[in-house]
Design a protein around this ligand. Structure first.
Ligand SMILES: [Zn+2]
Ligand SMILES: [Zn+2]
Length: 383
């Protein structure tokens, strides 16, 4: 028997009404008055502040504990996050942790399995009856408890800040349309795109165990959250765009805050682990294609491909382990207050020479892997 869908009236009315008003009011304003500098700046500023509070606060800090933040940062993220009107940080994190734990299954609150629009926003409009659970760690924070009790009021106060600019500039209507209504709609749908588009479009460089995808196009609109395949694989990492050239304004802001001493204890996956995961996926895809080729060509290639990947994997791991061991040794020596320059210099020289060997080995392993991969690819063309 199909269960009748029950709607959450408040959420449904709020989501559809704000969107409808924006769809009428924004073109009307643009056609009659255009857009002024202050309107554009207030809209962009509020969009970025609220979106970053969701990305850096609700998501990476509260849901995933990817770093530690001072009370001031937590307070600001909670205030601006409330203005997203996406529920309290406690409820948001509870749902989000369930999403990660049960991704792509029936228990996933916004499973993409129920369709793009369901994952995007229909799930918000449904009466879920899902209790707040799995967030006992967050409930211990008095600031989070305070925000949970008053999130709608806090959100209303913060969201209406643009109206004060409107009053000061004698342009209340313009700031109401762009700074309040359009900003709310933009915040909603940029967050929602992660659950819909980042589970539908893009690549899966680190794992194909889930539907989560890396999508560089989404990253600028989502404050860096577009790299969702990376995120699902290492959800506790404070970055989503982990590579230096990947657009992640939230990561950049957090780095700046760390420099100012306001956040610390960043959790990061080592670069070697990322490369190894990428290689495993690359090999898996080539092996899948080889499985379809004629056995005469495929058999020897399959074994060679696996061997080359394993060799490279080992070389990456060895270099990484050596580096880690050195970091630990340095910390140990520092803690002991070892000041014997001679012993220290000797250990350093030994470490550096072992690095030279490991780097050379890695270089050979890379070359071997690239050559094997190229051979497999060209064999597949004729297979
Ligand atoms: Zn996801
Ligand atoms: Zn997440």
């Amino acid at each position: 028997m199909v269960e009748a869908r029950r709607w959450n009236l408040l959420n449904t009315v709020f989501l559809t009404l704000t969107l409808s008003i924006a769809l009428v009011a924004v073109p009307w304003r643009l056609a009659t008055s255009g857009i002024r500098w202050s309107e554009a700046l207030v809209f962009l500023g509020m969009t970025w502040l609220v979106g970053t509070a969701i990305s850096g606060g609700y998501h990476r800090l509260f849901s995933h504990r990817a770093y530690r933040a001072s009370w001031l940062v937590r307070f600001l993220f909670l205030c601006f996050g409330a203005a997203a009107f996406e529920n309290s940080a406690l409820k948001w994190s509870s749902d989000h942790r369930v999403h990660h734990r049960h991704v792509d299954t029936e228990q996933d609150p916004y499973t993409i399995g129920k369709g793009f629009w369901y994952a995007h926003w229909t799930w918000v409009m449904e009466q879920s009856g899902r209790p707040i659970s799995g967030v006992a760690d967050l409930e211990r924070d008095p600031l989070i408890r305070w925000q949970h009790r008053h999130h709608f009021l806090i959100g209303a106060v913060v969201a209406t800040l643009p109206l004060w600019v409107g009053l000061a500039t004698g342009n209340l209507v313009g700031h109401l349309v762009f700074g309040l209504v359009l900003r709310i709609v933009t915040t909603h749908h940029t967050t929602f795109l992660i659950n819909s588009a980042a589970h539908t479009f893009g690549s899966r460089p680190y794992s194909d165990a889930t539907t989560a995808r890396d999508n560089w196009f989404l990253a600028p609109f989502t404050y860096g959250e577009g790299y969702h395949n990376f995120h699902h694989h290492w959800q506790w990492d404070y970055r989503n765009g982990a590579l230096w050239y990947q657009w992640d304004t939230t990561k950049w802001l957090l780095n700046l805050l760390a420099w100012g001493g306001l956040v610390d204890k960043f959790r990061r996956v080592p670069r070697a682990a990322m490369t190894r995961a990428r290689l495993r996926m690359e090999e898996k895809r080539l092996q899948e294609r080889l499985a379809l080729a004629s056995p005469g060509i495929a058999q020897p290639m399959r074994a060679r491909l696996e061997a080359a990947r394993l060799r490279l994997d080992k070389a990456l791991e060895a270099l990484h382990d050596r580096r880690e061991a050195w970091v630990m040794k340095k910390a140990e020596w520092r803690a002991k207050g070892v000041a014997q320059a001679g012993a220290w210099g000797e250990a350093k020289a030994e470490w550096q020479s072992s690095l030279v060997v490991l780097r050379a080995d890695l270089k050979v392993a890379w070359a071997e892997w690239k050559a094997t991969r190229a051979e497999v690819r060209s064999a597949l063309v004729y297979a």
